[in-house]
Design a protein around this ligand. Structure first.
Ligand code: AMP
Ligand code: ZN
Length: 799
């Protein structure tokens, strides 16, 4: 959004710049002293005379040296451009030794050395020039004492080697200019490998050139839509050979943001191809900042703004998608495990760059930057501004997606637009399905009467790799009751609610019965999976430390009920269909509102299953509020809002406090400010359930594949129905005949998962999840590269 303008220069303009450089380099020598020639001949003869007169004629200055010592001395004095050494009389002059001694000196890199060799008789064989080249000669001149022959030789050298040397020498002055120039300059190869940065660049961004040179700018993660879009814009422009100019938001190594005018110019080189990109960057003044902000409100055509430099720092870290950070040493923590630590650094570094998505985050970054150079009173006032900005509803994600990426745009459209694609006049009514009953299923008597196979299956319930599908199978598709009993017991939920185990059991049964076993994804196994992830997260030290008992009980209940009575169709579908639920909830968070409302209705309907019946009213109201808030947080239209708030209000302050307490030598493990604030606890709980809800890409590969299969099937069934009913197709890519499941998973991970789990991992420390996520992502990528569209690769994929 902050991109001011994009000015493409024409190819002719770039050509003109290139040729003006040539012109400048060419005439440069004309303004210098005449070319200096050194003749090294032990004795004067007609050959040395020939060169002498040739120099005279060409207007060169000529010296003659008779011994190797004098030759070297004379060369070191004058730095001749051309040296002619007599190679014909080894007895008088060891030409190779003379050449080597001169070559051993630094100034000789700009000199052309010529060997005068004897003419070969017609009966003798031509000899190789290689030994001469190895000795340091550039050319061989077959003896010919004609002045014209010598003259021709010398002027050919002038027009060839000597001119090239002049150009190279002038590069030194150009680089000297770059080194002293005020603007930050960066040169990359055609593959965006950084080849040069000047000291102004190092100062502006806070990186040393050793940290930058040789680093490759790799494609940005797709989740950074705005950045990716902007880079696409730039790339499209510069790849056509045009210059690009505009405004970037860059981030220093320290994390501060800066605004820069940037000009990227492609440089055409060998083969007429673009061989380098030169970027010139200048800091924007505060006046410019105001103009930018004005521009934001007037024109949001460019929905993203990032710094190329920021993308650099991304890129360094993204070589293998998961990255080694180079800019995070300022964000320290005290974990002793080095690899964990590294991962946290990497995550934090990403967090500092990822939240640029939302306009509010840009505003916060601008204010942060302004605070740096402000008097204390202003900085404090800005602190209060930041406080307000962080706690009000100003976050809104930008939904622009690239049309070329239908998997992402369909997913985003399907999950985030809440019926915006609704067509008027479509009277399809979703069939109400409130009374699912699974009464034929046997009921466990108490937790102690759990069938042995189930009990055994539940043994490793506290590990992340727990196989929920095996539990689904041994419990005859009732994993939620059994897992719920075990987990709620572990967390002392009955004690907290002051209810009996029998009430809890009945409640779990009622809730599970209201999940649709016929849905391939949104059934009670998904609820059990989310409950499992929730319990797992609640056991993590940092999560535990930030939440109180009520929060934990609320989280477990919310996870259990969060998709109850899910019809296996998306919100958009329900809105398009004009379903009763959509009418009831005004097309807004239809399903989530229903899950939450129904959960409380089912609980209150029958005293036998009312787990809240013995609670004190105030405590119940608080608990109810927390549960509703968490269930509603699973709605995807507000995904970026929840993630951004979490990053700004939890990750960043914790990182800042860790840095401060590190420097003050404190041992405190977590921040009391963060732990005690109810607003922040809300953000943590939302993030917790959101991550638990979509943790399937972070499960071990086999489980991840199974979940991907199930969700795809549910989407396919929706598309089938939309077609059957003549409804708008919400997610056209999810057509069972054409869909690439790997592509859809890559998009889902890129767009929704990576950033969110990086932020969650930075808080909760979950290296195993990140490991699975990385491996699973590679798996989907590898299938996609093989053009495989299904869950696993088969021989059909390659057709
Ligand atoms: P919920 O309906 O509460 O489970 O919300 C999570 C959203 O993420 C749902 O719309 C799911 O369809 C979607 N989702 C979860 N896992 C995946 C996945 N592996 N691929 C695509 N979409 C997913
Ligand atoms: Zn869910």
């Amino acid at each position: 959004m902050l991109i001011m303008n994009e000015e493409g220069c024409s190819q002719e303009e770039v050509d003109r710049q290139v040729s003006s450089t040539e012109q400048w380099l060419g005439p440069m020598r004309l303004t210098q002293d005449p070319i200096q020639v050194l003749l090294v001949f032990a004795k004067e003869d007609s050959q040395s005379d020939g060169f002498w007169w040739a120099c005279e004629r060409a207007g060169y200055k000529c010296n003659i040296a008779r011994t190797p010592e004098l030759a070297l001395e004379c060369f070191l004095d004058k730095h001749h451009e051309i040296i002619v050494i007599d190679y014909r009389h080894p007895r008088y002059l060891d030409a190779e030794a003379v050449c080597k001694s001169i070559r051993a000196t630094k100034p000789s890199e700009h000199s052309t050395i010529l060997a005068v060799v004897p003419r070969v008789g017609s009966d003798q064989e031509e000899v190789s020039v290689l030994p001469l080249l190895h000795a340091g000669f550039n050319r061989r001149f077959i003896e010919n004492n004609s002045m014209i022959a010598c003259y021709n030789e010398l002027i050919q050298i002038e027009h060839g080697e000597v001119r090239s040397q002049f150009k190279l020498r002038s590069c030194n002055s150009i680089f000297t200019a770059l080194e002293h120039c005020q603007e930050a300059i960066e040169i990359t190869s055609e593959e965006h490998v950084i080849q040069y940065v000047n000291p102004a660049f190092e100062r502006m961004l806070g990186y040393s050139k050793e940290e930058l040179l040789g680093k490759e700018l790799i494609e940005l993660p797709k989740s950074d839509k705005n950045r990716a879009d902007l880079l696409d814009t730039i790339n499209t422009c510069i790849k056509k050979g045009k210059e690009w100019q505009g405004i970037y938001y860059a981030r220093r190594k320290s994390g501060d943001s800066i605004q820069q005018h940037v000009r990227v110019t492609p440089v055409v080189g060998q083969g007429g191809k673009i061989r380098h990109f030169v970027s010139i960057k200048k800091l924007c003044s505060s006046n410019d900042n105001n103009k930018q902000i004005y521009k934001i409100s007037r024109d949001d055509k460019y929905s993203g703004d990032i710094a190329l430099t920021e993308s650099h720092s991304h890129s360094f870290r993204h070589k293998n998608r998961r990255k080694e950070s180079i800019d995070v040493r300022s964000i320290t923590s005290r974990s002793s495990d080095a690899s964990l630590q590294n991962h946290r650094y990497a995550s934090m570094a990403r967090i500092h760059t990822m939240t640029i998505e939302a306009p509010i985050t840009k505003v916060i970054n601008i204010i942060n930057a302004a605070q740096e150079n402000s008097p204390v009173t202003v900085a404090e006032a800005l602190d209060r501004v930041l406080e307000i900005l962080r706690t009000t509803e100003l976050y809104s994600p930008q939904l622009a997606t690239k049309e070329e990426d239908p998997h992402t745009s369909d997913l985003v459209g399907g999950l985030m637009t809440d019926g915006l694609r609704r067509l008027s006049g479509n009277e399809y009514v979703f069939s109400k399905n409130m009374n699912h009953s699974h009464s034929h299923l046997s009921v466990p008597i108490t937790i102690n009467d759990v069938p042995p196979r189930t009990a055994q299956q539940l043994e490793n319930e506290d590990t992340w790799d727990f196989n929920i599908f095996e539990l689904e199978s041994v419990t005859n598709k009732r994993p939620l009751v059994y897992l719920g009993l075990k987990i709620f017991t572990c967390f002392g939920v009955c004690e907290y609610l002051n209810c009996s185990e029998a009430t809890l059991r009945s409640w779990l049964q009622v809730i599970e019965a209201n999940y649709h076993a016929s849905n391939s994804y949104h059934n009670s196994t998904h609820a059990a999976d989310v409950l499992h992830a929730t319990a797992y997260f609640l056991q993590k030290e940092s999560v535990k430390a930030h939440l109180d008992e009520l929060d934990k009980v609320a989280a477990l209940i919310a996870a259990t009920v969060h998709d109850v009575d899910h019809p296996g169709r998306t919100n958009s579908f329900l809105c398009n269909a004009g379903s009763e639920l959509a009418l009831l909830y005004n097309d807004t968070a239809v399903l989530e509102s229903h899950h939450s409302a129904l959960a409380f209705q089912l609980t209150a309907k029958d005293n036998k299953c009312n787990i809240f019946k013995n609670m004190d009213r105030t405590q119940y109201r608080t608990l109810r509020q927390a549960i509703i808030d968490m269930v509603l947080a699973t709605e995807m239209t507000r995904h970026f809002e929840h993630v951004n708030k979490f990053v700004n209000s939890i990750n960043k302050p914790i990182a800042a406090e860790e840095t401060n307490s590190n420097s003050e030598g404190s041992d405190c493990e977590c921040s009391p400010t963060i732990r005690n604030s109810p607003e922040n606890r809300v953000l943590i709980k939302r993030m917790l359930i959101k991550c638990a809800d979509v943790a399937n890409p972070c499960r071990p590969l086999e489980l991840c594949i199974e979940w991907a299969g199930r969700i795809s099937e549910e989407y396919f069934a929706q598309t089938d129905e939309e077609k059957r009913q003549g409804m708008p197709v919400v997610m056209p890519v999810f057509d069972r005949n054409t869909c690439s499941i790997p592509k859809s998973q890559i998009s889902f991970i890129d767009y929704f998962i990576t950033d969110m789990f990086d932020a969650w991992d930075a808080f909760a420390h979950l290296p195993n999840l990140i490991h699975h996520l990385t491996e699973n992502y590679k798996y989907w990528k590898s299938l996609d590269e093989l053009k495989c569209k299904s869950l696993r690769c088969s021989s059909d994929c390659h057709k």
